[in-house]
Design a binder for this molecule. Structure first.
Ligand SMILES: Cc1ncc(C[n+]2csc(CCOP(=O)(O)OP(=O)(O)O)c2C)c(N)n1
Length: 807
C-alpha cells in the first residue's frame, strides 16, 4: 500500500502490516454480519426498518484510515463500516439504533429518534458546552433526504479554511475546534443521489472556495431500482466532472477513480486524496466504482426484482469481502484457517451484541409492564369492572415484547373503564401515567429547542439607551453600526451572502465592513441559497457563529428544505448532542412585485419549528435581536423589514450591546376597545389605522409580537384581551397563514376565548402573491383603510348608534 511504501513514512514491518490487514478484515466481517442479522431483526419484527452498509465495507475501512482526530463526516445511511472503523460506534450501539432505544447512553446517535443507519457523534457535553472536537473523530448527524448531507458538508470544510487563515482564532479558546484548519470534511453520497441539485451546488461552491472537502461517491449503479442510465449523464459521475479537475487553466478538484472491491487500491487512493485535501486545501472527489449491494436497497424490497441475473452474479463474484479474502490468501498474509477464525469470531460477537442491545432495550419496558400489571391487579380486586380489567391484565401480560404504547393504552383503558368508581388505586394509575408522560416527553419531544444554559431564556433584555443629543440615521446605518460592533466583539462571527462582501449588501447594512474586517469575515457568495444555509450549518457545527444572508425573504424558498430538514431538526434528532446556532439574516414584507414583497410567514413557521423566527418592525429591534442571539446558542431567522432601510431611526448609545428579548411582545399603543396584534412591516400601517380609529373614538391597543417563534411566552396578549374583549390579528401573509397561527396561540394556548365579546377576526393579504406597484400593494395587502374599516365594523356591530355604517 502506498501509505507504507511511498508516503515518506517509516515502512511498516511485515507483522504490523499483517495486523492492520487482519484488523480490517475483522471490521468488514463484523459489519457484514451486522447487516445480515440486522435484516433478520426487521423481518422478524423486532426492528421496524433496516438500511445497511453491505457491499460498501472495503471503501469505508480505507477511508477510515485517513480520517484523523478533528476531522468531520457528513454522510448517509450506508456508512456503518466507517463508523465502526473510526470507533465512533460499536456493534451494540448500532443494534440499539435499529431497535430505537431511547436512552442516549445506549444509542448515542439519536437516542432512538432516527431510524437505524443514521449516524452522528456527540459534539456537546450533557450541559451543552462543546467537547474538544479537535481530539475527536466527528460525524455530523445524518438526515434521510438524499443529497441533504451535502450543504452542511460545505460549511464543515469551509470552517478549516477560516481557522487556517484567521490568526485571531488560533488561540487557546478555539483549540477545541481546530488545529490551524488542518481538518478535512469527508462527505459520502450514493451515485444516484448525485442527481440532486444540492450535490451540484455544493460541488461548485467548494471548487470556488477551495476548501478541504473530500467527497466519496459509493457507486453501486442504482438508486433503489433506477439504474445509472436514468441518473447520470454518460453514466459516470467522475467522467462528467472532468471539467472540475484542476489544471493549468485554473483551480478546481482533484478527482480519483477506484473500485469498491480493490482493498489495496482503495487504501492508496485515500492516502493520496487525503494528503492533497488536508495539506493543500483542495477539494477532492473519490469515485468508488464497482460497489455492490448484496442485500438490496433496504428491508422494504428485494433487488431481484430489478437486477439482472448477470448483475447479481457479478455482485456475488465481486463482493468486496470475498475479493479481500482472495487477496489475503494470494499474498500469503494469512491462511484460510486464520480467516475462518476471524469470520466465526465476527458471527459470534455480532450475535452477542445484538442480544445485549435487545435486552438493554427491552428490560426497562418490561419493568414498566410488570409495574402496571401489579397496579391493574390492585384495581381488579377493588373494581366492579373486574372482568374487563382482568382481560386487560391478561392481554398486557401476554405481550412478550411490549411497546410502551401497549402499557400506556392498558392504563388509559383501565381508567376509562372505571370512570364511575372512586378507588384509591386509580390515583396510583393516574400518577403512573403522569410520570410516564414526563419521561416520554423527554424521550420523544425534548430538545426541539436548546435546553442548555445558553438557551434564549438566559439572555435577558438590555434596554436600548440614547444620548441626549442622539443622532438620527437611516435604518441601514444603524444596522451597519451594530454589525461593526458585533464583528469587533466576536472573532468567530463571519457574515456572508450574495453581495454582502464588496458592496456590503444590496441595502448596504454591511457597507465598508469587508474593508475594515477583511474578506475572510465579510464576504460574497455565489447565488446559491441552499448551500449558503448549508455553509452556515457546517460552520456553526464547528463552533463558529455565521450570519448567513438570504438576499430577499422570497428566495428563502430555495433553502427552506435544508433549513427544515437539517437545521430545524438538528438538536431534536440528536437529542441535544449537536447544535448549530446559525443566524439567518434576510429582508422581506412589502416592497415591490411578486418576488420582492413576499411574507410567507405561515409556511416559514410551520416548516421551521426548531428555529426562532424574529420579525422586527424596524432596524433597532432587528439589531437588538442579533445582539441577543449571539449571546445564545439557538438558531434563528431574522426578517428585516424591507422598506425600513432608508427610514430614520435614533442611533442608540449602546449600539452592539442592547438586547431585545425573544418571545416578548411590545405594546406600541395602549387602548381599551380592541386588541390589534401584528408584526413586521404591518406595524407601521397599523399605527396609521390606529390614529384614524382614535379620531372616530375607537381606542385600539396595538401589540407588536416581535417574534413568531417563540410566540408571546408570558401571555401578554391575553392580558390586553381582558381589558378590550376584542381581538384582531393582522399580517400580510395569505389568509389562514401566520394570522391563524397567532389566533390559535391567543385563543387556545392563552385561553383568550374566555374574554371575547366579539368574534375574533384576522386581516391578511390576498391569497395570491402581491402585485407590482403601489396599487398592486394596495389591492394585494392589507392597507390602513382595510384595517380601519375592519375594526370600525367590529365596533359598529357592538354599537351601531355610536359607529354608524360607513358605506
Ligand atoms: C429527497 C429524497 N428523495 C427520495 C428519497 C428515497 N430514497 C431513499 S434512498 C434512495 C436511493 C439513493 O440511491 P443512491 O444515492 O445511489 O444510494 P444507495 O442507496 O444506492 O447507496 C431514494 C430514492 C429520499 N430519501 N430522499
Amino acid at each position: 500500500m502506498e501509505e507504507i511504501n511511498k508516503a515518506g513514512q517509516p515502512k511498516l514491518n511485515k507483522e504490523d502490516f499483517r495486523k492492520i490487514v487482519l484488523e480490517d478484515y475483522r471490521i468488514v466481517n463484523e459489519s457484514r454480519e451486522a447487516s445480515l442479522l440486522g435484516r433478520r431483526e426487521v423481518l422478524t419484527g423486532k426492528a421496524k426498518f433496516g438500511i445497511f452498509g453491505d457491499g460498501k465495507e472495503l471503501a469505508q475501512v480505507a477511508m477510515a484510515k485517513v480520517f484523523k482526530p478533528g476531522d468531520f463526516r457528513s454522510g448517509y445511511y450506508r456508512d456503518q463500516t466507517f463508523m465502526f472503523a473510526i470507533q465512533a460506534l460499536n456493534l451494540q450501539e448500532w443494534f440499539a439504533g435499529l431497535y430505537g432505544h431511547t436512552d442516549s447512553d445506549a444509542e448515542p446517535m439519536s437516542a432512538g429518534r432516527q431510524m437505524g443507519g443514521h449516524y452522528g457523534t456527540r459534539f456537546l457535553e450533557p450541559d451543552g458546552s462543546w467537547k474538544n472536537l479537535s481530539q475527536l473523530k466527528n460525524s455530523s448527524a445524518d438526515i434521510s433526504p438524499t443529497g441533504g448531507q451535502m450543504p452542511r458538508l460545505l460549511g464543515l470544510a469551509m470552517a478549516s479554511k477560516y481557522f487556517r487563515c484567521n490568526p485571531e482564532l488560533q488561540t487557546e479558546t478555539f483549540h477545541k475546534f481546530s488545529e490551524k484548519g488542518n481538518e478535512i470534511a469527508f462527505g459520502t453520497i450514493g451515485d444516484a443521489s448525485t442527481s440532486e441539485g444540492l450535490f451540484w451546488e455544493t460541488l461548485n461552491a467548494a471548487g470556488v472556495m477551495q476548501i478541504p472537502m473530500l467527497v466519496s461517491v459509493w457507486d453501486d449503479g442504482h438508486g433503489i431500482s433506477v439504474p445509472k442510465k436514468y441518473q447520470t449523464t454518460k453514466e459516470s459521475i467522475s467522467e462528467i466532472l472532468k471539467g472540475f479537475q484542476r489544471d493549468k487553466y485554473g483551480k478546481g478538484y482533484e478527482i480519483f477513480k477506484t473500485k469498491g472491491w480493490d482493498y489495496v487500491h482503495l487504501c492508496e487512493t485515500y492516502e493520496r486524496a487525503s494528503r492533497i485535501c488536508r495539506e493543500e486545501h483542495v477539494p477532492v472527489l473519490v469515485h468508488v466504482e464497482e460497489v455492490t449491494q448484496p442485500q438490496g436497497h433496504s428491508t422494504s424490497g428485494s433487488h431481484e426484482r430489478y437486477k439482472s441475473k448477470e448483475r447479481l452474479d457479478w455482485e456475488h463474484d465481486f463482493d468486496p469481502i470475498r475479493k479481500m479474502k482472495e487477496w489475503i490468501l494470494a499474498t500469503g498474509i494469512a491462511n484460510e484457517a486464520d480467516l475462518e477464525a476471524i469470520e466465526e469470531g465476527a458471527k459470534k460477537i455480532v450475535r452477542e451484541m445484538k442480544s445485549a442491545a435487545w435486552t438493554a432495550y427491552l428490560n426497562p419496558i418490561r419493568a414498566e409492564q410488570t409495574e402496571v400489571v401489579e397496579l391493574l391487579q390492585q384495581l381488579s380486586s377493588a373494581s366492579q369492572q373486574k372482568v374487563f380489567v382482568d382481560k386487560l391484565i391478561q392481554d398486557l401480560q401476554s405481550v412478550k415484547e411490549p411497546y410502551r404504547r401497549d402499557i400506556n393504552t392498558a392504563v388509559r383503558t383501565a381508567l376509562r373503564l372505571t370512570r364511575h368508581e372512586t378507588l384509591p388505586v386509580k390515583q396510583k394509575l393516574a400518577d403512573w401515567l403522569e410520570e410516564s408522560k414526563i419521561a416520554n416527553y423527554d424521550r420523544y419531544s425534548s430538545y426541539l429547542w436548546s435546553q442548555t444554559s445558553l438557551n434564549l431564556s438566559s439572555a435577558k433584555q438590555q434596554e436600548v439607551k440614547y444620548e441626549k443629543d442622539f443622532k438620527i440615521v437611516d435604518g441601514r446605518e444603524l444596522l451597519r453600526e451594530n454589525f461593526d460592533h458585533i464583528l469587533a466583539k466576536y472573532p468567530e462571527v463571519l457574515i456572508f451572502g450574495e453581495d454582502s462582501g464588496k458592496i456590503g449588501g444590496v441595502n448596504q447594512g454591511l457597507e465598508g465592513l469587508q474593508a475594515k474586517y477583511g474578506e475572510h469575515r465579510v464576504f460574497d457568495t455565489g447565488i446559491r441559497e441552499a448551500t449558503i444555509i448549508g455553509q452556515a450549518i457546517g460552520l456553526a457545527l464547528r463552533g463558529l457563529r455565521p450570519i448567513a444572508e438570504i438576499q430577499y425573504l422570497d428566495y428563502l424558498l430555495y433553502a427552506i428544505q435544508i433549513l427544515s430538514d437539517d437545521l430545524a431538526t438538528l438538536q431534536y434528532r440528536t437529542k441535544g448532542s449537536q447544535k448549530s446556532p446559525v443566524i439567518i439574516r434576510t429582508r422581506g414584507h412589502r416592497l415591490e412585485g411578486i418576488w420582492h414583497s413576499g411574507s410567507p410567514m405561515g409556511m416559514i413557521i410551520h416548516a421551521l419549528r426548531g428555529i426562532n423566527v424574529c420579525v422586527p418592525r424596524n432596524m433597532t429591534q432587528a439589531a437588538g435581536f442579533y445582539n441577543t442571539l449571539l449571546a445564545c446558542d439557538e438558531p434563528a431567522l431574522v426578517i428585516e423589514p424591507l422598506n425600513a432601510y432608508r427610514l430614520k431611526e435614533k442611533l442608540p448609545a449602546n449600539i452592539g450591546e442592547f438586547r431585545v428579548e425573544l418571545g416578548k411582545p411590545e405594546i406600541l399603543v395602549e387602548g381599551t376597545d380592541v386588541t390589534l396584534v401584528t408584526y413586521g412591516s404591518c406595524c407601521r400601517i397599523a399605527l396609521e389605522a390606529v390614529k384614524h380609529l382614535q379620531e372616530t373614538d375607537i381606542s385600539v391597543e396595538l401589540i407588536d409580537v416581535q417574534t413568531l417563534l417563540p410566540f408571546d411566552i408570558h401571555h401578554r396578549i391575553v392580558e390586553s384581551l381582558k381589558k378590550t374583549n376584542r381581538l384582531v390579528l393582522l399580517d400580510e401573509d395569505v389568509p389562514g397563514g401566520a394570522s391563524a397561527f397567532m389566533m390559535q396561540k391567543v385563543l387556545e394556548d392563552q385561553e383568550g376565548y374566555a374574554f371575547l365579546d366579539s368574534a375574533p377576526l384576522t386581516i391578511a393579504a390576498k391569497e395570491h402573491r402581491p402585485a407590482y406597484g403601489s396599487d398592486g400593494d394596495y389591492f394585494s395587502k392589507p392597507s390602513a383603510d382595510d384595517i380601519f374599516e375592519t375594526i370600525y365594523r367590529m365596533m359598529s356591530e357592538v354599537n351601531p348608534a355610536r359607529y354608524p355604517s360607513l358605506y
